[in-house]
Design a binder for this molecule. Structure first.
Ligand SMILES: C[S@@+](CC[C@H](N)C(=O)[O-])C[C@H]1O[C@@H](n2cnc3c(N)ncnc32)[C@H](O)[C@@H]1O
Length: 195
């Protein structure tokens, strides 16, 4: 089956959020709630100085991650989604928001935690390679990279969750050390440390 060759554009997500404010049921799904708990529990530290969340969406995971961070920058391509995230996190003063499409725009900061949860498979290979390079360049040595992706097949997505995780796994031994991995029926989580 032919998969799209281009990364999915911001308009794909913006239109989706305009039709349905929570298209993946992040607020209500037990599956998402359990995955979020597993995601947060996978963090080896309870305190990060400056964290980046790529594809923060409507901010459900953002709000769970924020208590672990002195500063958390959440980026997304969709204004409609991010407006909801801003409202949800209004009492979490450590959370900052920016509209940014990776890899075309990447924050000019260094992070000690980068979270890529359910975003990598929307990119094509070229954009994933650029994003990987930017993530590595902007992660402090000793900093953590947490990947979480759904692993079933979606014909609309340029890549699969496994392709995304395996691609980062190739940096094990050079730029990254693999600290922890788990696979559930529908998703996969991998935690790396920048070396
Ligand atoms: C499925 S949601 C994931 C939300 C959240 N990270 C989670 O795990 O629940 C994917 C989000 O990534 C955003 N996104 C897609 N491509 C992106 C890109 N190239 N740069 C930044 N955000 C992107 C979408 O707008 C969407 O809100």
């Amino acid at each position: 089956m032919n998969k799209p060759k281009n990364s999915l554009p911001p308009s794909y997500f913006e239109q989706m959020y305009r039709k349905n404010s929570d298209p993946w049921d992040f607020e209500t799904s037990d599956y998402e709630a359990q995955k979020y708990q597993t995601t947060i529990k996978a963090l080896p530290k309870t305190h990060y100085h400056n964290a980046l969340e790529i594809g923060g969406s409507i901010g459900v995971l953002t709000a769970l991650l924020a208590p672990y961070c002195d500063s958390l920058l959440s980026i997304d391509v969709s204004q409609t989604a991010q407006q909801q995230a801003i409202a949800r996190c209004k009492d979490l003063s450590q959370v900052r928001f920016e509209i940014a499409q990776v890899p075309q725009v990447y924050p000019d900061e260094m992070f000690d935690l980068t979270l890529l949860s359910e975003v990598g498979y929307y990119l094509n290979w070229d954009d994933l390679k650029k994003t990987q390079r930017l993530i590595i360049e902007h992660l402090h040595v000793g900093g953590h990279l947490l990947l979480v992706h759904w692993t079933l097949f979606a014909k609309d997505y340029p890549l699969t969750g496994d392709e995304v995780h395996n691609f980062f796994g190739q940096l094990t031994g050079t730029h990254l050390k693999h600290l922890h991995g788990l696979r559930r029926e529908q998703y996969r989580l991998d935690l790396f440390e920048r070396v």
